[in-house]
Ligand binder design. Sequence first.
Ligand code: SF4
Ligand code: SF4
Length: 270
Amino acid sequence: MSHEYDADLDRKVRSIALKWGGDLIGVCSVESLYHLPDHESKIKEMLGDAKTIVVAAVRMFPAPLECSDKNVRPAQYETYCLYRELDKISFEVSKFLDDSGYQAISIPAFLPVEMSLEKWGLLADVSLRHAAEEAGLGRIGLNRLLITKRFGAHVRITGVITNASLKPDKKLDEEICDKCGLCMEACPVGAITEDGKVDVRKCAPEILKYGLPGLVGFVRKWLGKGEKEIIEMTKDPVFWELWQTSMLGSFYYCFQCITACPIGKKQKTK
Ligand code: SF4
Ligand code: SF4
């Protein structure tokens, strides 16, 4: 195993990510993320001699998103499928790197993440949005999502940290988000502000209605109840929704700031 740049290895890593379904592929150096809170320590804790991160994005199809305000299930199912796609890409890239004598660690596109009471949130070990931005896949927009030229905000991302010296791509110079404000207007709880901040305390109860905030709310109602009342509560569709959400592992109940973004939307042909 060499720590020198190997153009053939670099090309093969990218082509594997592409072959397994990546729509956009890039590489960033780990150092490019060290300005983000805890990133240097977290990355070094996982892989002491980490050098680069391979980042892949897969597009979301517009139709499930566009009906998500009326029926959220198609977008939830698409997201579920997308995460499986991303898992495949990161696993195959990791396998190839391992076979080539390098270390590789996949960063989950979704769970598991650190659950932090201190910072109030479900925190990823590495911000994939920022890794994708550094790897030249797009820029972060007003809605704090990665906005790509080709698919706008309609992407999900995965990444693999490795000690292979791959060639980092160039971060895009120009902004892609034109600050049109449509994502801000579409947010049902006013969580997005004009200066490009997202208030997670407003967003989380909406997007994770039947995720952790929903579960905590339901369990609270359970407290102090007698057996009969508890049996009645298990017949509540909210309880069933919590069960379905946990079984499927797809927690999102709001896609409005993704759907509203006009960047990269294809012209309708009919
Ligand atoms: S996911 Fe929904 S609630 Fe959260 S910021 Fe986007 S539009 Fe607002
Ligand atoms: S909807 Fe407009 S403001 Fe929001 S991210 Fe997209 S381009 Fe930027």
